[in-house]
Ligand binder design. Structure first.
Ligand SMILES: [Zn+2]
Length: 193
């Protein structure tokens, strides 16, 4: 659907600019705005000073299930679903607002690094809309986590309550290197069985 008004186009440019600033891939921009590929490429270069990346897009659902990505994806999806349900936002604006809030929250997490890219966040929403993924509650902490639909999740335990040994080791090593104790972040793994 082509943009018919100047105001309409201005809004599309604003959305595209925000998404580009968040490092969105070109396919996302093409599907979430009504701007032409040529205009988006031009805008991308103006905002970023370079052309968009041409690598493979992250199509797999499995990435969202692995330990650290699952924690980040669940955080994002919780925010997104809350916004759509309670704040009356939808479409690209819901994605942008939820991703911005996710980035704010990540600053409080260990490491403070955003593991979930805006493009992966967008794919995650699509996987939810397609019924391929859903939220499940953790039996121990009651938090909601991203999982594949139709998996046997009756006794689901999340990656925060049960981090893999490998993750604990990495964290321990990092803590040792920086001369600090693992402390609070590790207590989840010693919760009563
Ligand atoms: Zn849990």
């Amino acid at each position: 659907m082509p943009v018919k008004t100047v105001l309409g186009e201005a809004q599309q440019i604003r959305i595209a600019t925000e998404l580009i600033e968040m490092d969105a891939r070109l396919q996302l921009l093409q599907e979430e705005t009504t701007l032409s590929r040529e205009r988006l490429l031009k805008l991308y270069k103006e905002v970023k000073g370079k052309s968009p990346s041409k690598g493979m897009l992250p199509y797999s659902t499995d990435w969202y299930i692995s330990w650290q990505p699952n924690i980040h994806s669940s955080l994002f999806m919780g925010i997104y679903q809350f916004l759509v349900k309670n704040a009356g936002v939808h479409g690209a604006q819901a994605l942008i607002t939820a991703y911005r809030l996710y980035l704010d929250q990540v600053q409080n997490l260990e490491g403070g690094e955003a593991v979930l890219s805006i493009t992966r966040a967008w794919f995650l929403i699509r996987f939810f809309n397609a019924g391929m993924m859903e939220m499940v509650s953790c039996n121990e902490c009651g938090g909601h986590f991203v999982t594949h639909t139709n998996e046997l999740n009756a006794n689901y335990q999340c990656g925060i309550c049960h981090p893999p040994a490998r993750a604990g080791k990495t964290r321990e090593n990092a803590a040792l290197r920086s001369g600090t104790h693992v402390g609070q972040a590790d207590c989840a793994s010693t919760s009563p069985a």
